[in-house]
Design a protein around this ligand. Structure first.
Ligand code: GTP
Ligand code: MG
Length: 199
């Protein structure tokens, strides 16, 4: 009886948690995105954009949606920091890859980096959301242009869920839609990457 009650109690009180890593080149807007997510879902003002410095370590944001916790890990995008990304692959449930859609000069570098990430065996089957960021800038590449550029690599995504969505991390446009997409895919991929249960 006691174990039944404690079992039920655990079931009611334990929370499902998923881990989402935010990757992309330096200056893509990853930390700005994280601060935007925090401000939308926690209802508190995030760090103002002018206070956001290039990331060297790790920024963490925890938000709760439908009694499920999403933990966002925002990693530094500078080249010498890319080797750190792999350390988070085995534990992550989804990848958000942020692209600076205004920076056409670095698009080749973005392609190479993206391909290296998605072909890593440790993240096989993990949903990948690419965000075409800085859409508030009129000259930014649109989603259909980004898709054309990344089409040759798309085959390497395999059978996993993937999507390209437009956002402006700075203004907040599209951010909620992006998180909604993630939420559904995390649930859909739960047999492959089960959530963590915590009290
Ligand atoms: N116009 C515009 N600027 C943005 C947007 N998102 C980020 N930025 C700017 O882009 C610059 C870099 O933003 P960060 O969020 O620090 O970029 P990051 O990807 O975290 O960079 P690292 O930490 O070095 O990897 C800052 O000047 C931001 O204000 C956006 O949606 N629109
Ligand atoms: Mg950053």
């Amino acid at each position: 009886m006691y174990t039944l009650i404690t079992g039920l109690y655990k079931q009611w009180t334990q929370k499902e948690e998923f881990y989402v890593i935010i990757l992309g080149l330096d200056n893509a807007g990853k930390t700005t995105l994280l601060e935007r997510i925090k401000s939308i879902y926690l209802g508190v003002a995030g760090l103002p954009p002018e206070k956001i410095a290039p990331t060297v370590g790790l920024n963490i944001g925890k938000v709760e949606i439908n009694n499920t916790r999403l933990n966002f890990w925002d990693l530094g995008g500078q080249r010498e920091l890319h080797s750190i990304w792999e350390k988070y692959y085995s534990e992550c449930h989804a990848i958000v890859f942020v692209v600076d859609a205004t920076d056409k000069e670095r698009i080749e570098e973005v392609k190479e980096t993206f391909e290296t990430v998605i072909t890593n065996d440790t993240v096989e089957g993990v949903p990948v959301l690419m965000l075409a960021n800085k859409q508030d800038v009129p000259s930014a590449l649109k989603v259909h242009e980004i898709k054309e550029i990344f089409n040759p690599i798309a085959l390497r995504l395999g059978a996993r869920d993937s999507k390209v969505l437009p956002v402006s991390a700075l203004k907040g446009d599209g951010v909620q839609e992006a998180v909604d997409w993630l939420f559904v895919r995390l649930q859909r991929n739960r047999t492959n990457r089960p959530p963590i249960f915590r009290n």
